[in-house]
Design a protein around this ligand. Structure first.
Ligand SMILES: NCc1[nH]cc(CCC(=O)O)c1CC(=O)O
Length: 310
C-alpha cells in the first residue's frame, strides 16, 4: 500500500477546513492522506498592513518551502493568496469547485444603513477593498485590519468601527456568516476569490496524479482568466485589482478593474467571449485597461508605494 499523501496547510480555522475538505474528497477516490498544519509568515506578522510588507506570497511561502524540501506532498491554498508565478518545479494540480465569489460587509447594529454622504469607518487590510470602498463612499474612512478571519471578527467587535469587509466564502465555510451580512454585489472580488487550489512538485508524480483528479474545469477556466488579467496588470507589485469571470453555457463574462490607492480613479472593463476563445482572454482584457490609462495608474501606484504620503 502507498504511504498516505501528506497535505500541507496553514493552521487557521479556514485553512484547516479547506485541507479537511481536500482530504475528504481524496478519500472518496480511495486516496489516503494526513494533514500537516504549519504557521505561515503571513499569520505571524500582524502589526503591519499586508501591503506594507512589500512581499507577495506571504501566506504561501512556508508551505512552498515544505513542498520543495519534500516534507509534504501537496499544499492546499486559498487561491487568491497564491502569487501568479509559482516557484520553480511547482505546478497547480487542481482548482476545486468554487464557492461564492463576492465580498460582504459585516456591520454592527440591526438597522445599519450605508449613507453615501455620511461618515463611517470601515475596516479592511486589502488594497482592493479599500480603493473600491473609497471610490463609492468618498466621505468614509477605511482603517487597516489584519489577521485570519476569526481574529478580524473579534477586532471588529472590540473596535469602534461600523463594519469590516470579508470574502463571503471564507465566513460561510467556517459557519461564521452573520444573517445580516450585506452582500457587496457591486464590489469586484480579488482574482480567484472563493476558489481553493492544490499545488505539488511536478516530479512527485503520485501527488500530481492523485490530486489532479479533484480539478473542477469551469472553476479552473474562470480563475485562469482572472489570474492572467492580474499577472498582466501588476508586473510584480501589489495593486487594487479586481477580476471576476463567470461561465454560463458556452459564454464567459468578465469584469475587471483597477483603482487608484485612494479610490480617486477607477478603470473598469467588461467583456465577453466564448469558451472556445478563452486563450489569452485575461491578457487581452488587461491590455485594454493598460491602453486606457492603466499604464500610468500602475506607475502612480508603484511610486506611491515607494514613497508613501501617509
Ligand atoms: N487573505 C485572506 C483570505 N484568503 C482567502 C480568504 C477567503 C476565502 C476565499 O476567498 O477563498 C480570505 C479571507 C477574506 O478575504 O476575508
Amino acid at each position: 500500500m502507498n504511504k498516505p499523501l501528506r497535505i500541507g496547510t496553514r493552521d487557521s480555522e479556514l485553512a484547516m477546513w479547506q485541507a479537511e475538505t481536500v482530504q475528504a474528497q481524496l478519500a472518496r477516490l480511495g486516496v489516503d492522506s494526513v494533514l500537516h498544519p504549519v504557521k505561515s509568515t503571513g499569520d505571524i506578522i500582524l502589526d503591519k498592513p499586508l501591503y506594507e510588507l512589500g512581499i507577495t506570497g506571504i501566506f504561501t511561502k512556508t508551505l512552498d518551502i515544505a513542498l520543495i524540501n519534500g516534507e509534504i506532498d501537496i499544499a492546499v491554498h486559498s487561491m487568491k493568496d497564491v502569487p501568479t508565478a509559482l516557484p520553480k518545479g511547482m505546478v497547480q494540480t487542481a482548482v476545486l469547485e468554487r464557492e461564492v465569489t463576492n465580498d460582504v460587509l459585516i456591520h454592527k447594529g440591526d438597522h445599519f444603513l450605508l449613507d453615501e454622504n455620511g461618515k463611517a469607518t470601515i475596516a479592511t487590510g486589502s488594497l482592493r477593498r479599500k480603493a473600491q470602498w473609497l471610490h463609492r463612499y468618498k466621505n468614509h474612512t477605511v482603517t487597516d485590519l489584519r489577521g485570519n478571519v476569526n481574529t478580524r471578527l473579534i477586532k471588529l467587535i472590540e473596535n469602534d468601527w461600523q463594519g469590516a469587509i470579508f470574502a463571503q466564502a471564507g465566513l460561510k465555510r467556517i459557519k461564521l456568516l452573520p444573517k445580516d451580512a450585506m452582500e457587496l454585489d457591486w464590489m469586484v472580488p480579488a482574482p480567484a476569490q472563493g476558489a481553493m487550489v492544490i499545488v505539488a512538485m511536478q516530479e512527485n508524480q503520485e501527488a500530481v496524479n492523485a490530486s489532479s483528479q479533484l480539478n473542477h474545469l469551469p472553476s479552473e477556466q474562470a480563475t485562469t482568466i482572472e489570474r492572467e488579467f492580474l499577472r498582466t496588470l501588476e508586473g510584480g507589485c501589489t495593486a487594487p485589482i479586481g477580476a471576476l469571470a463567470t461561465i454560463k453555457d458556452q459564454t464567459v463574462y468578465f469584469k475587471g478593474c483597477l483603482h487608484a490607492l485612494d479610490g480617486s480613479k477607477e478603470l473598469v472593463i467588461e467583456k465577453e467571449t466564448t469558451l472556445a476563445q478563452i486563450a489569452n482572454f485575461g491578457k487581452r482584457c488587461a491590455q485594454e485597461i493598460l491602453d486606457n490609462g492603466g499604464k500610468e495608474l500602475m506607475q502612480n501606484i508603484k511610486d506611491e508605494q515607494n514613497n508613501p504620503v501617509n
